[in-house]
Design a protein around this ligand. Structure first.
Ligand code: ATP
Length: 299
């Protein structure tokens, strides 16, 4: 086994290209993430924080000026074999919504080469080979995507919230199998999710992205050491984490605390930049209100 890290990202910046003549806005700034092989890292952050962008960079899909090493190689220029990325956009591709039988679809993407893993995944994800892709539900289509994406053995798996539409039994069985893959083959997983219940014992690390930057330490070892909990979390959150009657998992308490902090930071930034909050209810726009009062046909 190679002794290089699975992921080596230090001080990474990224902006999307200039749009409509406007200057590019930095989306990631000062992102750090170093993961040893065999890690299972959750990426946690608000909508728009930059999680998907980071996963796409790690998959070699986006060019950055910064270094982004994956399995020992600069990923954009020299994408190593063994990097698998699963994102939500797959399900909107017209090909996977056409009249195609699942067994044919899986063979067309190499299923016959990985029979043992394919069959195991078919059981875990409870997939019927005779389903037709244009007749399945969103969750069933997602299960087929996961089988097709995970059949070939991978060394680094990048999961962008593809478990959101799985039922809880299938999600839990899948996460157990993924854990086994990291423990038996030293494969590595980076998983961006907004669902934190039922997975307290799954990750080995967390990485918190706030407004495009990872907050140190990134990654943070999980479960938290008493020293990390003491230095990173306020007492109120630590008390809730230890409360057997808390509303959800320990991880959910940490994520909620981080998201509240993220929102506060974002509002502070908006007030500093614009003198007001940008989102939510705003003062009425008098001219448009006058217009719609006159031409509102809804009543
Ligand atoms: N193709 C694009 N062009 C320009 N800006 C983009 C593009 N894709 C994403 N962004 C912006 O980059 C920021 C980060 O988006 P990203 O999709 O990485 O966030 P995320 O953390 O994955 O969010 P979510 O939890 O909603 O999936 C957002 O402000 C978004 O508007």
């Amino acid at each position: 086994m190679s002794d290089t890290n699975a992921v080596d990202v230090v001080d990474l910046d990224f902006s999307y290209a200039k749009l409509h003549g406007l200057d590019p806005v930095p989306v990631l700034e000062g992102v750090n993430l170093t993961l040893a092989r065999g890690s299972r890292c959750l990426i946690i952050g608000a909508n728009g924080a930059g999680k998907s962008t980071l996963l796409q960079i790690l998959a070699g899909k986006r060019l950055t000026r910064s270094s982004a090493k994956v399995l020992g190689a600069e990923v954009f220029f020299n994408t190593p074999k063994g990097v698998t990325y699963l994102g939500t956009e797959w399900a909107t591709n017209p090909v996977v919504r056409s009249d195609l039988e699942v067994s044919h679809f899986l063979d067309s993407v190499g299923g016959y080469r990985y029979k043992e893993r394919r069959d195991k995944l078919l059981d875990i994800l409870d997939v019927d080979l005779s389903w037709h892709m244009h007749q399945v539900s969103d969750g069933e289509r997602r299960r087929v995507q996961i089988v097709s994406g995970l059949m070939a053995p991978w060394d680094l798996l990048l999961l962008d919230e593809v478990t959101v539409d799985l039922d809880v039994l299938v999600r839990s069985r899948l996460l157990d199998w993924l854990r086994e893959e990291t423990e038996t083959r030293q494969a590595t997983i980076v998983y961006a999710t907004h669902i934190f219940d039922g997975i307290d014992s799954w990750p080995t690390h967390l990485s918190h992205i706030q407004l495009g930057s990872t907050l140190p330490p990134s990654p943070l070892a999980w479960p938290l050491s008493p020293a990390d909990a003491e230095s990173l979390l306020p007492e109120s959150v630590r008390v809730r984490m230890d409360d057997p009657n808390r509303r959800g998992s320990k991880l959910l308490e940490v994520a909620l605390h981080w998201l509240v902090e993220d929102r506060k930071k974002r509002v502070e930034k908006e007030i500093a930049d614009l003198g007001r909050e940008k989102r939510g209810a705003q003062e009425a726009n008098i001219s448009s209100e006058a217009f719609y009062r006159k031409y509102d046909y809804s009543h």
